[in-house]
Design a binder for this molecule. Structure first.
Ligand SMILES: *[C@@H]1O[C@H](CO)[C@@H](O)[C@H](O)[C@H]1NC(C)=O
Ligand SMILES: *[C@@H]1O[C@H](CO)[C@@H](O)[C@H](O)[C@H]1NC(C)=O
Length: 343
C-alpha cells in the first residue's frame, strides 16, 4: 500500500504535462488507472466489511454508504494514530453517520433523572482494587443486541435485575426487555424513544415482576401489551445521585449497577481501552444511553468501570467497554440505580 501515495505524488507532478505529448497521454491514462485501482482497494475493504456484517444496499444507497464508511474509516485511523487511552475500530455501525446512529440507537428525549433520589447507603469500605461480576459466578447474562430502537434502558434494567436475581437465588434468568418497551410507559418511559432504568424498576415494582425473555421475546419495536406473569421481583429500587463512590460501594459489595451517560460521536467507533472524552457533558439532562456496570479495575493509574453494553458482541470488547472512573465521566454518576432482591 505504501507505494500508492508515492505513485500519486509522482502523478500529481506530471499530470500537468501538456496532453498532446505522448508522455502527457501516457501519464494521464496511468493517473486514471491508478485512481480506479485506489478506489477498488477501498471498495474491496467496504465489500468485505459488508459481508462480515451481512449488509446489503440498493445501488444508490451503496455509494452513499461507501462514502460514509470511508469517512468513518479515516476518523478511526486518525484517532488511532493519536495518543489516546482507547482505540477505535470498524464495527456494525461503520456505515452510519453519528446523526443517524443517534436517531436509531440513543435516547432521543431528555430523561428526567432528577425524579430519582439518592438512597443508597454506602459502607466505609475498604473496597477491593478490582471486581468483575462476570468471573465471580454465573451472574451476568450474555451481551444482547437492542437493534435499531432506543431501548438501551430496558437492557440496562434487565441486565441489572438478572444479575441481582442470580446473586440472590443462584438462578440466572433472561428477562424480557420487550415487556418494558411495551408496558412501562406510565412510568415516564417511551419505548424505543427512551426511558431510564430507575423508572423501569418503578414499573417492575408496581407490576410485581417481569416476565422472561422466552415468554415475552424481544422484537426491537413497540408491540401490544401482553398479559403479565410474575418472574423476577424485588423489594424496592435504590439509586445513587451524582455519587460515583456510592456506585463503587454498590458494585463492590452488592451487585452490578445500571447507569446512564452521554454518548458522543467518537463512542460509536469504540474498540478497546479506557474511554475518556473532553466533549461529552456530565449532567442529567444530557444522558442519552443506559448500560450496566458489572465491575471496575485500574490500569496504569487510570481507574475504570467494566461495562456491559447492548449493541451486540461485535461492538467494543465483545460487547463490553471500559470508561474512566472517578470523574463522573460523561455524567455516568448522574442517575444510576439497582433493585434490592426479594428472597
Ligand atoms: C421530573 O420528575 C420530577 C419529580 O418526579 C417532576 O416533579 C418533574 O415534573 C419531572 N419533569 C419532567 C420534565 O417530566
Ligand atoms: C461537570 O464538569 C465540570 C467541568 O469539568 C465540573 O466543574 C463540574 O463539577 C462537573 N459536574 C458534575 C456534576 O460532575
Amino acid at each position: 500500500m505504501l507505494f500508492l501515495p508515492v505513485l500519486f505524488a509522482v502523478l500529481y507532478q506530471v499530470h500537468t504535462l501538456p496532453l498532446h505529448t505522448e508522455e502527457g497521454k501516457f501519464f494521464n491514462q496511468l493517473l486514471t488507472l491508478s485512481f480506479f485501482f485506489f478506489f477498488h482497494v477501498h471498495e474491496y475493504l467496504f465489500k468485505s466489511w459488508m459481508s462480515q456484517y451481512d449488509k446489503n444496499y440498493e445501488i444508490n444507497e451503496y455509494y452513499q454508504r461507501l462514502q460514509i464508511f470511508l469517512d468513518n474509516k479515516k476518523k478511526i485511523e486518525r484517532h488511532n494514530a493519536g495518543n489516546h487511552k482507547f482505540s477505535m475500530g470498524l464495527n456494525p455501525f461503520s456505515d452510519m453517520t453519528f446523526a443517524e446512529f443517534k436517531k436509531s440507537y440513543l435516547l432521543t428525549e431528555p430523561q428526567n433523572c432528577s425524579a430519582t433520589r439518592g438512597n443508597h447507603l454506602s459502607s466505609n469500605g475498604p473496597y477491593p482494587d478490582m471486581i468483575d461480576w462476570r468471573t465471580k459466578g454465573n451472574y451476568v447474562t450474555n451481551v444482547k443486541n437492542q437493534g435499531a430502537c432506543g431501548s438501551c434502558w430496558t437492557f440496562s434494567t434487565t441486565g441489572c435485575l438478572e444479575s441481582v436475581t442470580a446473586i440472590a437465588t443462584g438462578k440466572l434468568l433472561q428477562l424480557a426487555e420487550q415487556q418494558l418497551v411495551d408496558c412501562a410507559g406510565a412510568f415516564d418511559n417511551h419505548g424505543c424513544n427512551g426511558g431510564l432504568p430507575s423508572h423501569a424498576f418503578e414499573y417492575i415494582m408496581y407490576n410485581k415482576g417481569l416476565m422472561t425473555e422466552l415468554d415475552y421475546p424481544y422484537t426491537a419495536k413497540v408491540s401490544i401489551l401482553l398479559f403479565q406473569l410474575l418472574f423476577s421481583r424485588f423489594i424496592h429500587k435504590v439509586v445513587t445521585f451524582y455519587d460515583e463512590m456510592g456506585m463503587v460501594d454498590a458494585v463492590a459489595r452488592l451487585n452490578p449497577v445500571s447507569f446512564a451517560y452521554e454518548v458522543t460521536s467518537d463512542f460509536m467507533h469504540y474498540k478497546d481501552g479506557i474511554y475518556t472524552s473532553t466533549v461529552c457533558h456530565n449532567t442529567t439532562d444530557m444522558v442519552n444511553h443506559a448500560v450496566l456496570a458489572v465491575g471496575y479495575a485500574e490500569q496504569n493509574g487510570t481507574p475504570y468501570w467494566i461495562v456491559k453494553n447492548s449493541w451486540g458482541t461485535y461492538w467494543g470488547i465483545n460487547g463490553y467497554f471500559y470508561i474512566e472512573r472517578g470523574k463522573n465521566m460523561c455524567g455516568l454518576a448522574a442517575c444510576s440505580s439497582y433493585p434490592l432482591p426479594l428472597v
